[in-house]
Ligand binder design. Sequence first.
Ligand SMILES: Nc1ncnc2c1ncn2[C@@H]1O[C@H](COP(=O)(O)OP(=O)(O)O)[C@@H](O)[C@H]1O
Ligand SMILES: [Mg+2]
Length: 359
Amino acid sequence: MNDTLEIISEAVEVSKSYSSRLGFQTGSTKKGLVQAVDRASLYIAAGESVGLVGESGCGKSTLGRLLLRLETPTDGDILFQGEDITRIKGRRLRRKRRQMQMIFQDPASSLNPRFTVENTLTEAITAHKKNLRGRALKAHIAALLNMVGLPVSSLDRNPHQFSGGEKQRIAIARSLAVEPKFIIADEPVTALDLASQEQILSLLESVQRELKVAFLFIVHDMKTVRRMCNRTAVMYLGRIVECAPTDLLFKTPKHPYTNALMLSQLSKNPDLRENLHLLPGEPPSPLDPPTGCHFHPRCPYTDMRCKTLVPQPRPVGENHWVRCHYDFEGNQKSAPKGIDAPDLVPEKKPPKRSKLKKK
Ligand SMILES: Nc1ncnc2c1ncn2[C@@H]1O[C@H](COP(=O)(O)OP(=O)(O)O)[C@@H](O)[C@H]1O
Ligand SMILES: [Mg+2]
């Protein structure tokens, strides 16, 4: 971690497990525990926009909820502006939470259907600035609407009178009402049509640029992180497996899983664009994750270490680290094609699938 950065939000070796009924039913050896997040460390600095990417179910939303202390970790620490907030409760926690906001995938379920836009924004603003009333309050509301591109005529309407994209604008306005230091956007455009997706991403870009709020974007596609985030963390089955400045991650992805994500999502070749289920092996169950490196059953470069030892984060470049046993710099004889090569971007020819098969 860089000492000169002002760290806003940070997870330090954070874990979260849930007990799962399914586990009990199937007699899982893991005593029905789902390890949703497994010793994840991640920080978001002031003004930064960090991406958290990975397949559905890998623990992204759980890590987001832990950072906001909507959940308490099973292990590890959560810091907000350098203060340990892992176990704080009650009014202290509520005060902290106001400085952090979450924008959800489904804006409809996060807005009160009985509240007009004016009610929603008034409630949010006055929670932050208790004494704001009358004209000053109205001016604040008008400024928020303007920021998110909604007309003043929206004020006395209820959520069901708006489109999905407009609802998301209201949710964004509400999150900005408390002048937060940190916003997590959890799949903010996944539920929207294509045109609204583009508009909401542009809006979030301008919010980030103008207000310099620290952002964590939780997404499952690499295109959005490339566009929105200056740093990106890749998550696989509860663990962050790679983290790097986004440019660097796209130029020199190291983890075989990061490569697989890029191949499947960014290649123009439809055979390679198919989802990760085409990688060797099945996506493992989070109830009974593989030993050692969780990715080893699907990885083309697995050796004995991968099956038995959990890889620890190790640096592979400036502000770039990876959790993989593979020696990227050393024995290039068995080096995977494309691991270091920037030929994973769409314009260039990606390596043949057969070369990715397990030996
Ligand atoms: N409240 C919960 N109770 C039990 N299991 C949960 C709970 N929340 C999440 N999980 C499990 O934790 C894992 C990670 O979930 P989640 O964080 O939602 O993943 P993602 O956001 O990457 O799709 C999944 O296996 C999910 O089923
Ligand atoms: Mg999620």
